[in-house]
Design a protein around this ligand. Sequence first.
Ligand code: ADP
Ligand code: ADP
Length: 232
Amino acid sequence: PVAARVRHLTKTYGAGAALVRALDDVSLDLLAGEFTAVMGPSGSGKSTLMHCCAALDRGDSGEVWIGERELGRLRDAALTRLRRDEIGFVFQSYNLVPTLTAEENILLPLAIAGRRPDREWFASVIGAVRLGDRLRHKPEELSGGQQQRVAVARALVSRPRIVFADEPTGNLDSRSGAEVLQLLRRSVDEFGQTVVMVTHDPVAAGYTDRVVFLGDGRVVDGLRDPTREQVL
Ligand code: ADP
Ligand code: ADP
């Protein structure tokens, strides 16, 4: 089954001579239970694609489907519910709540949804991100790498159906990076989650099932089945 379907997605910024085509007619399927890497040069549209797929931003034209729902047809309340119940997002800038401890940040999505954490999975996630006593600290007391690991844990504890991670290992040493990548891999293998990760790191891409390459807002490589995915 297809977890997310992107069709003819276009998004521009600016106008006139300053017009930037961040996404230019992108079509793509993301299969349920698949771990995908999105790679490409800086400015090629990777973050924009992730934001549009995760219902954090809208394209100018084209469609994004999450499961059976086309995002453009959903009202704000439905979009909020979708983001809360089915989507996890690891922001490049972490976006942690400064007044909450690391642990409270990690539990926030569950708290908002009124759910309890699955104890075993919570322990695995916490173990893998190796925060130890830093869990009781506020974000400003944590290093960039520690904040990144909090952001990854926050996106995974509630086991959302689909997780978007924008360079989740960009700020980590190789050991922490490997643990985060193994955690993402396990989310896919043990819980059938769909994970999409932007990365510049070929080692990180090696953990995934598939690599999609963007260049100048277009998919330049990595379509599994061009006749189905890239509707020409
Ligand atoms: P990346 O590593 O994905 O290239 P950037 O550092 O370019 O990230 O962008 C970080 C943030 O700034 C993103 O949220 C992006 O939408 C925004 N951004 C990027 N380019 C511009 C721009 N030219 N003008 C305004 N905002 C931008
Ligand atoms: P990537 O994640 O691959 O680095 P982005 O999706 O961040 O690429 O950006 C794609 C293009 O869109 C870049 O040229 C970037 O400068 C531009 N862009 C992104 N966000 C904004 C923004 N908020 N305002 C203006 N330009 C933007």
